[in-house]
Design a binder for this molecule. Structure first.
Ligand SMILES: *Cc1c(COP(=O)(O)O)cnc(C)c1O
Length: 393
């Protein structure tokens, strides 16, 4: 099938919810993609932060294929080894106490919201029923996670909305104190707002949240779906802030390309959901868990220091790039603001023509390369970005 035929088939049969880039991707290997015409493309997107160890990492591939030949699925009515091992690794890596496995980020956040609601109704019935979220946040595409998402653009069309969410601006401590009313029983944050434009929370703001949560027995939910699994140079981004959340959600990079989400519970919340109170048919799928186990083994030890140094390298190179005015984020999750007159979507299209995939977030360019990216690959990608930007200035 030619790329044109494939694009036509897509238009004829797939619901039109995406404005796809006009290229076909047929293969991926490490940081390199191959398009429908056999052309090589450098991937600085990791499939939106998913391919944490690159495309088809050999250790990941053999773990996944071996598991597929052994046991692909059996449901949560039975014990399986990949799931139990992954839960242990996640708890040991994060200091959290228990894990629930689902299939996506939104589903993990739904479970986190259910847990917070049960905790509030168990401990503060008739008083606490509200989760305080941040303006400009992103927590998913289901009705309830959209309700928790602090961006009015996502709140068109789909009401009525579930109640029980309030919003406060990021990095504004007086507003936080004011909005943390007696009804609030949980605060939900991303340490770096990803879809919101790669906006990091300030240390002082996070400390204030941690203080309120500890003092008032308010649950702290940290959405690490984009920032987690090594993306910012620590296993969890909240480790940079010495934060001990009550609930952490993971997805994107966890499965190394396979769909898996996880809710990590701390001591306060580990027993909140009882038998029969939450579930998922596919959750903890053995193949996905085998892939995630491989990811966790690969990004262990000195690997994380390499993410930090490669992240610092990418950041410095971006800051020096003509046309880039400011770089935000951490580790290998970076956002670049562009000078007036340069549109991020034009830069993305020009990069794609020249063989580089980059993402956008709000008006910025967003970079989420595989965590396995080398400095030579960063240089090769940035050379293309430089040419793309200079062709538009
Ligand atoms: C991507 C993302 C989600 C949603 O994850 P899905 O797997 O698309 O449901 C939620 N929160 C954050 C911070 C994300 O980046």
């Amino acid at each position: 099938m030619t790329s044109n035929e494939l694009r036509q088939k897509d238009a004829d049969y797939i619901a039109g919810t995406y404005a796809r880039n006009p290229i076909v991707i047929s293969e991926g290997q490490g940081v390199k993609l191959t398009d429908g015409e056999g052309r090589a493309i450098i991937d600085f997107s990791s499939g939106i932060g998913v391919l944490s160890v690159g495309h088809s990492h050999p250790a990941w591939l053999s773990a996944v294929t071996e598991q597929a030949g052994k046991l692909a699925h059996i449901s949560n009515l039975y014990h399986t080894q990949p799931m139990a091992e992954l839960a242990q690794k996640l708890c040991e890596r994060t200091g959290m106490s228990r894990v629930f496995f689902g299939n996506s980020g939104a589903e993990a956040n739904e479970g986190a919201i259910k847990t917070a609601r049960k905790y509030m109704s168990d401990n503060y019935p008739g008083v606490r029923d509200t989760i305080l979220c941040l303006q400009n946040s992103f927590h998913g595409r289901t009705i309830t996670t959209l309700s928790a998402t602090g961006q009015p653009d996502y709140h068109k069309h789909f009401g009525p909305w579930p109640a029980g969410f309030a919003f406060t601006p990021a990095n504004d401590i007086p507003a936080l104190t004011e909005n943390c009313t007696k009804n609030v029983g949980a605060i939900m944050i991303e340490c770096i707002q990803g879809e919101g434009g790669v906006v990091p929370l300030e240390g002082s703001f996070i400390s204030k949240i941690a203080k309120i949560c500890a003092r008032e027995d308010v649950l702290l939910i940290v959405d690490e779906i984009q920032t987690g699994v090594g993306r910012t140079g620590k296993f969890l981004c909240c480790e940079h802030y010495d934060l001990k959340p009550d609930i952490v959600t993971l997805a994107k990079g966890l499965g190394g390309g396979l769909p898996i989400g996880a809710i990590l519970f701390g001591e306060k919340t580990m027993g909140t959901l009882g038998k029969g109170e939450h579930g998922s048919t596919f959750g903890g799928n053995p193949i996905c868990c085998a892939g995630a186990n491989a990811v966790l083994d690969i990004i262990d030890g000195p690997f994380m220091a390499q993410v930090e140094s490669n992240g610092a390298y990418l950041r410095a190179q971006l800051e020096a790039l003509p046309g880039v005015t400011k770089v935000t984020g951490g580790g290998l999750m970076l956002g670049a603001s562009l000078e007036d007159g340069l549109k991020n979507t034009d830069v993305v299209a020009a990069c794609l023509k020249k063989g580089l995939v980059v993402l956008t977030a709000k008006e910025k360019l967003r970079f989420l390369p595989p965590l396995t990216v080398t400095q030579a690959e960063i240089d090769a990608g940035l050379e293309i970005l430089k040419e793309a930007i200079s062709s538009l200035r």
